[in-house]
Design a protein around this ligand. Structure first.
Ligand code: AHM
Ligand code: MG
Length: 335
């Protein structure tokens, strides 16, 4: 039961017992993510000062080496989770291979692995547009007490126990699910606490926003082209509005609040689209479904796709249920 002015810390404690595997480990994991997110947020907010503080690769006035923000975010999240001895393995969009964490307890007792895109949409940083962090949590499938293996990370999205994102926007928010709905918390930067600002978030069943990089239109499959034409047609509540930030977390967040569809289809240039199944699509799909929305590759539910490699890409269509179903109908009809 949420209450006014509830902080994320209070919310985690209150809801810990409703989670089916209650050991407190998952709560500690969410706690470490919120902590790293505060540190990254601080750095992201300074991005505009780059000319003053020095660009990536430079040494700043304090003698510190300036890093690219996506590299910085990657290190912060990994360091925070490693130091706190919470997970047994991490895979990151920024790393070629997964990282095995040697637990400080005897025999690697931790049971969760985290997959993370530390700073998604980071090309937007230079122009002061919102970016985000996306994370996904699974229980390992190999025995506790042994080093993690690739198969611990290559699990279907349906196996996720938690997923979420941090959006570094006009305000910073942490939005996450542990499989019991989606809740959004806004950071009060003055005191460094997140407050429950968006309880039980839901996609409207229908929406009027479509988000896709229409510059790639000529390369899209027939079904997507036809669906885009449908969105633009004058009929009923159409034409829809086109809104594309080019920052998945921001586009998703707006569409969840207002109702809409996000698409990154395959194209004649990129046969599986651009987005990564494990770091971007599965966590967003889990959030979408927990918020009454849908996520598909055009034909198959995203969370049912069997992963074959860490950095696998898939076409991604996600958002308000009726809109995604309509886009799927166009895909089927164009086969
Ligand atoms: P990134 O992981 O390299 O940051 O790329 C992912 C981003 C998404 O946030 C965004 O929706 C998409 O790439 C935009 O791509 P494009 O510029 O091709 O439209
Ligand atoms: Mg990314």
């Amino acid at each position: 039961m949420s209450q006014r002015n509830q902080t994320l810390g209070e919310f985690i404690i209150e809801n810990q017992s409703s989670f089916k595997y209650t050991s407190g480990e998952l709560s500690r994991l969410i706690n470490s993510i919120r902590l790293a997110a505060k540190v990254v947020n601080h750095e992201v907010n300074k991005a505009g000062l780059v000319d003053i503080l020095g660009a990536a690769g430079d040494t700043n006035i304090q003698g510190e080496n300036q890093q690219k923000l996506d590299v910085y975010a990657n290190e912060k999240f990994i360091q925070t989770m490693t130091d706190r001895n919470i997970v047994c393995g991490i895979a990151s969009e920024e790393e070629d291979d997964f990282i095995t964490i040697n637990s400080k307890d005897e025999n690697h007792q931790n049971k969760y692995v985290v997959l993370i895109d530390p700073l998604d949409g980071s090309s937007n940083i230079d122009v002061n547009v919102s970016v985000g962090t996306i994370f996904s949590v699974y229980r390992r499938v190999t025995p506790v007490g042994t080093p993690v293996q690739l198969e611990d990370f290559l699990q279907k999205g349906t196996k996720q126990v938690a997923a979420g994102y941090i959006i570094y926007g006009t305000s910073t928010m942490l939005v996450y699910t542990t499989g019991d709905g989606v809740n959004g918390f806004t950071l009060n930067p003055a005191i460094g606490s997140y407050y429950l600002s968006h309880p039980d978030m839901k996609f409207p069943e229908d929406g009027r926003i479509y988000s896709v990089n229409e510059g790639n239109y000529i390369h899209f499959p027939k079904g997507i082209k036809n669906y885009i034409k449908y969105c633009q047609m004058e009929e009923g509540d159409r034409p829809y509005t086109s809104r594309y930030i080019g920052s998945l977390v921001s586009d998703f967040h707006r569409n969840m609040i207002k109702g809409g569809i996000y698409m990154y289809p395959k194209s004649s240039k990129a046969s599986n689209g651009k987005l990564r199944l494990l770091y971007e699509c599965n966590p967003m799909a889990f959030l979408a479904e927990q918020a009454n929305g849908k996520a598909s590759d055009g034909f198959t539910r995203i969370m049912e796709i069997e992963p074959t490699e860490l950095h696998q890409r898939v076409p991604f269509i996600c958002g308000s249920k009726n809109m995604v179903e309509k886009a799927e109908e166009f895909m089927r009809n164009a086969e």
